[in-house]
Design a protein around this ligand. Structure first.
Ligand SMILES: C[S@@+](CC[C@H](N)C(=O)[O-])C[C@H]1O[C@@H](n2cnc3c(N)ncnc32)[C@H](O)[C@@H]1O
Length: 283
């Protein structure tokens, strides 16, 4: 791309052309990156197409476009991703929150809860969404990655959801003895032999956020097996899973003693989240 700063419209067009052979969302990618370097939104691009880019912004834009050509996710390049009605800081230490996970949050929000556990919190997206909806709830958010928890801590601070307690450790280990009304989790659920999902983006995301073990069901099975010991009577468990895992998840939930088990589809129509209720009498 040319070294002289172009207009906004021209920069968009040049960025899109440069990404056309390597990104299926070339236009949108270019717009996001242009928005990031100029501080303007897409409506403003349309309102002021003839506005000239400043030299520094043009230089940064060209640099980001080249990084995008190497398949670095747009969210890592801009350092942020929208989730529900708020924005999260993200970088290579955390999974980029997905629209499918908003479905998990929506299902969890259907029935109020005051004691909540988010397993594998990553960027903190699920815990933060629940804390914003239910400011009086007390939420524990666990992750085995200190790096991920550092990102979650920034997001918690920035969203003012300071009631969330971040805990480092393996699944239920940091919350031994605690019981919750609601457990939500988007654990790793890809098997070792499965190809990377989402092609580009996942190549840059933390392996422990995506890969669960040989079958892909290892983390889910472990969580279901131990969830009952951490749920109050009639507490709920909601799990995000791979689109071919719903039946296996339902069977594991039933075998563990859950009832009212149901699966919901994501926006693409794939079975994506499954949940169940723990029985009335737990002790
Ligand atoms: C698929 S990511 C989900 C992140 C975030 N909740 C979201 O929905 O975007 C799974 C998360 O589980 C964490 N994780 C993986 N293995 C774990 C384990 N054994 N104990 C606790 N957390 C684990 C990863 O570090 C990662 O942050």
């Amino acid at each position: 791309m040319n070294a002289a700063p172009p207009t906004l419209a021209e920069a968009c067009r040049l960025g899109e052309a440069r990404l056309a052979d390597c990104s299926e969302s070339a236009r949108v990618d270019a717009e996001y990156l242009l928005s990031h370097v100029t501080g303007l939104d897409r409506a403003q691009f349309r309102a002021y197409p003839e506005r000239l880019l400043e030299a520094v912004a043009w230089e940064r834009f060209r640099n980001l476009i080249e990084q995008r050509r190497e398949a670095r996710p747009v969210a890592y390049l801009t350092g942020e991703r929208g989730f529900m009605d708020f924005t999260l800081q993200v970088d290579e230490r955390v999974l980029i929150p997905r629209p499918e996970t908003e479905g998990l949050v929506e299902a969890a929000l259907e029935q109020p809860a005051r004691r909540i556990l988010d397993l594998g919190t990553g960027s903190g997206c699920i815990a933060i969404a629940l804390a914003r909806a239910w400011p009086a709830a007390s939420i524990d958010a666990v992750d085995c990655s200190a790096d991920a928890l550092a990102v979650a801590a920034v997001n918690i601070r920035q969203t003012g959801t300071d009631s969330i307690r971040l805990l480092e450790g393996e699944w239920f280990a940091p919350v031994t003895g605690n019981r919750y009304e609601l457990i939500v989790t988007n654990p790793p659920y890809i098997g070792d032999d499965e190809p990377q999902p989402d092609e580009g983006d996942a190549r840059h995301e933390p392996r422990q956020a995506l890969r669960a073990g040989p079958s892909g069901m290892e983390a889910i099975a472990l969580i279901i097996e131990n969830a009952g010991q951490h749920l109050k009577a009639n507490g709920r468990l909601w799990i995000e899973h791979g689109y071919r895992q719903a039946e296996a998840v339902r069977q594991l939930l039933a075998a563990a003693g859950f009832h009212a088990i149901e699966t919901r589809a994501d926006l693409a129509g794939h079975d994506r989240i499954t949940g169940g209720h723990w029985p009335e009498a737990t002790e």
